[in-house]
Design a protein around this ligand. Structure first.
Ligand SMILES: Nc1ncnc2c1ncn2[C@@H]1O[C@H](COP(=O)(O)OP(=O)(O)OP(=O)(O)O)[C@@H](O)[C@H]1O
Ligand SMILES: [Mg+2]
Length: 253
C-alpha cells in the first residue's frame, strides 16, 4: 500500500556519466507539501538528481540510469511524456535567467506557448505568479520594462514566478540563492515557506544554514550516495551517521 502523501518515490536510482557513478542506488520518497532540502559537498550528485526528476538529461549520450522514479505513482520514463512531466515539475536554477523581454512577457511566454490566448487570463496568471514569488509590489507599475533591468534577487524571484505561471506541482531549486545577498535570500526563503502550502519543493543548497532554516526534512548526499534522510532538526542536531555529523558541523565539504 502506497502512502498517499508520497509525491515522488525514488527506487534504487543509479546514474553514471561515461560509466563513472554520479548517483549510487538512491532510494527515498519526497512527501507532498514538504520542503526537502538536499545537502552535500560538491560532486555528490545533487544536481544530477534534480535533472533526472524532470528528465533534463535525456539527450546526454554519456548518461545512463537505472532504477525507478515515480511521480504520483507513475514512472517518469514509462508513464509520463516529457512535456507533461516538465509541466508538472518546474525547475529554478542557480543563476537567474530571465529572457531579454519585458517582465510581463517573461511570465506570459510559457502559458501562451501552452495555448492560453485570453488577455485577462494571462494578466491574472502574471499577477498571481508575481504575488506568489513575493515580487508583485516591486514590479506592478513596470510590467512592460525589460526584465534585464531587475536586480539579481528580483530576477531570481521572476524566474520563480515564471515557473509558477506554468502551474507545476513540484518545484526543484538548484542553489537558488547562491549569488544573492542576505535580504534577497530571505525573500526567497519566505516565498518557499508560502509555496509549500500548494506545491512540493526540493531545495538543493550548499548552505547548510539555509537547509536548516527552510527544510522540513533534509537528505545528505555524499559522492553519489544518500547517506541519511530525516527531519531537518534531527539531521542538524542528532544525525545518525558520522559522515552527516562531519558535514553539518563543517568538518569537510
Ligand atoms: N553533464 C555531465 N557530464 C559528465 N559528468 C557529469 C555531468 N554532470 C555531472 N557530472 C559528474 O557527476 C558527478 C556529480 O555531479 P553533480 O553536478 O550532480 O554534483 P553536485 O552535487 O550538484 O555538485 P555541486 O555542489 O558542485 O553543484 C560529478 O563527478 C560530475 O563531474
Ligand atoms: Mg550542483
Amino acid at each position: 500500500m502506497v502512502n498517499a502523501s508520497e509525491k515522488i518515490q525514488v527506487k534504487e536510482l543509479s546514474v553514471t556519466y561515461d560509466s563513472v557513478p554520479a548517483l549510487r542506488s538512491v532510494s527515498f520518497s519526497v512527501l507532498e507539501h514538504e520542503i526537502l532540502g538536499i545537502i552535500g559537498p560538491a560532486n555528490s550528485g545533487k544536481t544530477t538528481f534534480l535533472r533526472t526528476l524532470n528528465r533534463l538529461s535525456d539527450l546526454n549520450p554519456k548518461l545512463k540510469s537505472s532504477g525507478e522514479v515515480l511521480i504520483d505513482e507513475k514512472d517518469i520514463y514509462k508513464k509520463w511524456n516529457v512535456f507533461q512531466l516538465r509541466k508538472k515539475v518546474g525547475m529554478v536554477f542557480a543563476l537567474p535567467s530571465p529572457l531579454p523581454i519585458s517582465i510581463f512577457e517573461n511570465l506570459a511566454y510559457g502559458p501562451r506557448r501552452d495555448g492560453v490566448r485570453n488577455k485577462t487570463r494571462l494578466s491574472e496568471t502574471v499577477e498571481r505568479s508575481l504575488k506568489a514569488a513575493f515580487l508583485w509590489d516591486e514590479v506592478k507599475d513596470r510590467l512592460n520594462e525589460s526584465a534585464m533591468k531587475l536586480s539579481g534577487g528580483q530576477q531570481q524571484r521572476l524566474c520563480i514566478a515564471r515557473t509558477l505561471a506554468l502551474e507545476p506541482e513540484v518545484i526543484l531549486f538548484d542553489e537558488p540563492c547562491s549569488g544573492l545577498d542576505p535580504i534577497s535570500t530571505a525573500m526567497i526563503e519566505d516565498a518557499m515557506r508560502e509555496l509549500k502550502k500548494r506545491y512540493t519543493l526540493i531545495l538543493v543548497t550548499n548552505n547548510t544554514k539555509q537547509a536548516a532554516r527552510v527544510s522540513d526534512r533534509v537528505a545528505f548526499f555524499l559522492m553519489g550516495e544518500l547517506v541519511e534522510i530525516d527531519q531537518a532538526q534531527k539531521i542538524f542536531t542528532v544525525p545518525k551517521d558520522k559522515r552527516t555529523e562531519g558535514y553539518v558541523s563543517g568538518r569537510y565539504g
